[in-house]
Every structure is written in structure tokens, then in C-alpha cells.
Design a protein around this ligand. Structure first.
Ligand code: NDP
Ligand code: X2W
Length: 343
């Protein structure tokens, strides 16, 4: 199988190269960005003598003739337009951006950008691999979930689907490493602003809020708006999403853990931690795992659910390849069996 990547010079694109270079079934057919004729190792010297491809101009006609799948690791606002150019061609498309995740009017409201047409959005299947594999398998266009929504949704799904939480009680407190903001320079992600610092941003205005709510609502139509806070951690990779929900009836921690273990027992990338064990971001770094730990506070009737992912892996490129594996009928773990980098 042949794969092309657009947006290869970004962090998501570089992570796709790292995965696909050792994937037994996908070959890297071509790599693209707005710059062409540049060997990728000039941009990323760590790839010297490992990946010798040269960046090429973005020509959807040419790409679709040679590749079986194209990954769009491009910014929102660009990805949707590119997806439209591939959609009627004989190639599968996986878009890592937020362009196809929301209805057009919601996209305009939260991304403050012009949406692509609703007909294109309707063609995209939401690629939350563990929960949507039946729709992902025959799809031609995948809208890969956002990094924060991946961490939040995987950790909330069992209690929401089981309908055991008060529907207006959901709070998600999330923290991300700086690579979540991409490779381009910005003041808030510069070393002197971010190092030894910890700050909240886009409070109650984060564009991933409606994405999380949309999926929660599909699982349980009574779900009310959530409170979602995003914060920037002075680390390179990793997301921790801590969710607080109020239970309708009393449960113990072992009972909830049992529910989570049963729910995810056939999902190789979801690791439910035993009682009184909570995951840290380093314990999943460089891997496609989402680790989840939880505890019921019997005094308050709330459960605290902690989930961690690597934003560039399960939160972006890893889940994108997991979806490609599903689309091409392979085992979903193919080429993704990375042990986390520790320490
Ligand atoms: N970083 C993360 O943790 C996550 C990112 N995402 C999403 O994945 C996508 C990529 O993110 P990330 O890698 O972090 O972003 P980066 O900013 O690191 O990279 C963006 C890439 O897009 C290319 N690009 C920019 N403008 C254009 C254009 N007009 N046409 C074609 N290519 C263009 C850039 O290359 P060049 O300048 O060389 O053209 C670069 O290769 C984004 O949509 C992001 O929201 C999703 C989940 C997590
Ligand atoms: C740390 C950091 O800045 N993270 C970014 C993640 C955005 C992203 O991945 O973009 P999509 O909306 O296309 O999913 C943010 O919070 O905006």
C-alpha cells in the first residue's frame, strides 16, 4: 500500500514519517508541503540517512494516481480545501485537522474561519478508532479526532454510554504539551514564555468543546454542555485530561473499573489502570496508548477520571495510521506497536 503525506514538515507529518517508515504494509510514496524540491532531512536532520524522500509540489491529480491513501497533516482552513480536491478520486483521505469534524455553522462559530461546504463535511467519518471502526472500515474520507477530544472521549465513553452520570455535571480539565500547537513559532509556545510556566488558554472558548459535545451527544442525547479548560504544560509531548462527573447512583471504584475493563477488553491501545494507580504522560510518550485511571469519591458522589495520550500519536498521527489500518482491513495495531519512551 502506498501513502502520501501533505504537511510533512510539521510535527504531525514528521510523526507520520516515523510511523510509516517502519510500517510493514505502507510505503511512503510521496511527501509534500508548500515547499518543494527540498530533501526532508534538510528540514529534519534526525531523518538523515533514514528517509531520503524529497518534498514535492501538491498536485492532487498526480498524488491520487500513485497513492492509495493520503494523510492531510495541514492546518485547519487548508486541509478541508485539499480534502475537497481528493474526494472524488480513487484514494482514501485521512484529515488530521478540525475542518471536517463539526457542522459548517458550528465550525464558523468556533474556528472563526470559513467552513468547507456541508456536503463534504457530511461525507467524512469521525475517526475515533475504538468507537467507530464499523463506519471507518468502508470510508473514503476520515476526519481524525482532535487531540484533546481523543483523550476526553475515550475516558468518558463508558460512563456516558452506560448512562450513569448526571448529564449536566461534566467537567474536563485538560493539559497539553507544547508540540500540540504545531511547529510554527508563536509567543506563547516560545521557550521563555512556556518553560517553568503553566497557563490556561481559550477558557470556555476552545474549538474542541463542540467536538467533544457532539460525540457525547451521539452516545447520550440528554448530555448538556460541558465545562472544558485547556492548559499549556512546559513539556514537549503529552496530554492529560482529568474529567469530573457526578454519578446518578453510588458506585465503588472497583465497580467502575470493572465497567471500563469490560468496555475496552478488545481494544489493544486502551490500558485501564488498576485501583489507586494513575497514569502519567511520560508513560505513554511515543506510543499509541491511551491510559486511563479513575477513583470514585464516595464523599461527593463524583468520579475523577484521568486519561493520558501522546498528542502526536494517539492524538494525531498514531490514530490516523490506526484508522488507515482499519480502512485497509489490517489489524489495527499494525506498525503501531511502540513501547512508550521511558524515561
Ligand atoms: N500537533 C498536534 O499535537 C496535533 C495536530 N493536529 C492537527 O494536525 C494538523 C497538523 O498539525 P501540526 O503538524 O501540529 O502543524 P504544524 O504547524 O507543525 O505543520 C503544518 C504543516 O502544514 C503545512 N502547510 C502550511 N500551510 C500549508 C498550505 N497552505 N498548503 C499545504 N501545506 C501547508 C506546513 O508546511 P510548510 O510550511 O512547509 O508548507 C507544515 O508541514 C493541524 O490541522 C492540527 O490542528 C491534530 C491533533 C494533534
Ligand atoms: C497546545 C495547543 O495549542 N494545542 C492546540 C491544538 C489544536 C489542534 O490540534 O487543532 P485542531 O483544532 O485542528 O484539532 C490548541 O489548543 O488549539
Amino acid at each position: 500500500m502506498k501513502a502520501s503525506i501533505i504537511g510533512t514538515t510539521g510535527y504531525g507529518g514528521a510523526e507520520l514519517l516515523r510511523i510509516l517508515n517502519q510500517h510493514p504494509e505502507f510505503d511512503i510514496q510521496s511527501i509534500h508541503s508548500t515547499r518543494d524540491d527540498l530533501p526532508i532531512w534538510h528540514e529534519y536532520p534526525h531523518l538523515y540517512n533514514v528517509i531520503d524522500n524529497t518534498l514535492q509540489a501538491i498536485d492532487p491529480e498526480k498524488i491520487a494516481l500513485k497513492a492509495d491513501v493520503v494523510f492531510l497533516a495541514t492546518p485547519s482552513g487548508i486541509s478541508g480545501e485539499l480534502a475537497g480536491k481528493f474526494v472524488d478520486k480513487d484514494i482514501k483521505v485521512i484529515d488530521l485537522s478540525g475542518d471536517l469534524r463539526l457542522d459548517a455553522n458550528q465550525y464558523q462559530q468556533w474556528y472563526k474561519k470559513e467552513p468547507v461546504n456541508q456536503a463534504l463535511i457530511n461525507k467524512a467519518v469521525y475517526g475515533l478508532s475504538e468507537w467507530n471502526s464499523e463506519e471507518i472500515q468502508p470510508a473514503h474520507l476520515i476526519s481524525n479526532p482532535g487531540c484533546y477530544p481523543t483523550a476526553a472521549l475515550l475516558s468518558l465513553a463508558p460512563v456516558i454510554k452506560e448512562d450513569i452520570v448526571q448529564v449536566d455535571s461534566i467537567i474536563v480539565d485538560a493539559k497539553s504539551g507544547i508540540s500540540g500547537a504545531g511547529r510554527s513559532l508563536s509567543r506563547s509556545s516560545s521557550f521563555s514564555e512556556a518553560n517553568e510556566n503553566f497557563s490556561a488558554y481559550k477558557v470556555n472558548q476552545h474549538q474542541h468543546t463542540p467536538e467533544i459535545e457532539k460525540q457525547l451527544h451521539k452516545w447520550n442525547e440528554n448530555i448538556q454542555p460541558i465545562t472544558f479548560t485547556t492548559q499549556l504544560l512546559p513539556i514537549t509531548r503529552g496530554i492529560m485530561a482529568t474529567s469530573y462527573v457526578k454519578l446518578k447512583e453510588s458506585y465503588t471504584s472497583p465497580q467502575l473499573l470493572e465497567l471500563y475493563e469490560q468496555t475496552y477488553n478488545s481494544c489493544p491501545f486502551i490500558r485501564i489502570r488498576p485501583e489507586n494507580n494513575y497514569p502519567s504522560v511520560k508513560e505513554v510518550a511515543g506510543s499509541n496508548y491511551c491510559d486511563i485511571g479513575m477513583h470514585v469519591d464516595e464523599r461527593t458522589g463524583r468520579v475523577t477520571i484521568i486519561s493520558v495520550i501522546d498528542n502526536l500519536m494517539k492524538g494525531a498521527a498514531g490514530q490516523a495510521v490506526q484508522n488507515a489500518n482499519i480502512m485497509f482491513g489490517m489489524n489495527e495495531t499494525t506498525g503501531l506497536n511502540f513501547i512508550p519512551l521511558y524515561p
